[in-house]
Design a protein around this ligand. Structure first.
Ligand SMILES: Nc1nc2c(ncn2[C@@H]2O[C@H](COP(=O)(O)OP(=O)(O)OP(=O)(O)O)[C@@H](O)[C@H]2O)c(=O)[nH]1
Ligand SMILES: [Mg+2]
Length: 156
């Protein structure tokens, strides 16, 4: 768990960021609505969906991403609506920007179209398909984030 840091979860309201954050970190209990940035430590961050959905908050999200190496963009599996803040991922091109397709247990999951959307958003790196009901899917993402953190430490 100690290696699990240096990532930030971003994405729209209710896509499952906090549930995922808690599952990754082994925090038990139902996720409450996120009302502000939540720092597990200085480089492990959960963000409110409003920061992504509302242009008034873009500057907050841009600042919070600055010192973190892996940006995890979370998108719900059954939503193909496009509303990425314009140019958001271009600002941080050198960072590792990955995609997570959330709630893949839902019956109306539309994984292929969401993958296409994420690629159009400019996410070139890994895309994970996760459900908090499937611990293996969470473990895959957790392992990846730990590995990334180790690699970044070695580069620094
Ligand atoms: N079926 C299913 N439901 C999920 C999953 N992950 C989260 N949920 C549900 O989705 C709802 C929203 O989850 P949150 O984790 O609060 O979403 P969030 O992205 O943090 O939302 P904000 O804090 O408002 O931005 C809750 O009712 C969760 O129980 C999942 O993998 N599968
Ligand atoms: Mg939340």
């Amino acid at each position: 768990m100690e290696k699990l840091k240096n990532f930030i979860l971003i994405g729209g309201v209710g896509v499952g960021k906090t549930s995922l954050f808690n599952s990754l970190l082994g925090i038990k209990g139902e996720a409450n609505k996120t009302q502000a940035m939540v720092y597990h430590n200085e480089s492990t961050v959960d963000t409110p969906g409003e920061f992504f959905d509302n242009p008034r908050f873009y500057s907050a999200i841009i600042c919070s991403m600055m010192d973190i190496d892996t940006i995890v963009y979370v998108h719900q599996c059954n939503n193909i609506e496009r509303k990425l803040p314009h140019g958001l991922f271009n600002i941080y091109e050198p960072k590792n920007i990955i995609g997570v397709i959330s709630k893949v247990d839902l019956p109306d999951a539309n994984i292929d179209e969401v993958i296409e959307l994420l690629r159009d958003y400019g996410i070139k790196n890994k895309i994970f398909e996760v459900s908090i009901l499937d611990e293996e899917s969470i473990a895959d993402l957790r392992n990846y984030l730990c590995e990334q953190n180790e690699q970044n430490k070695n580069v620094a």
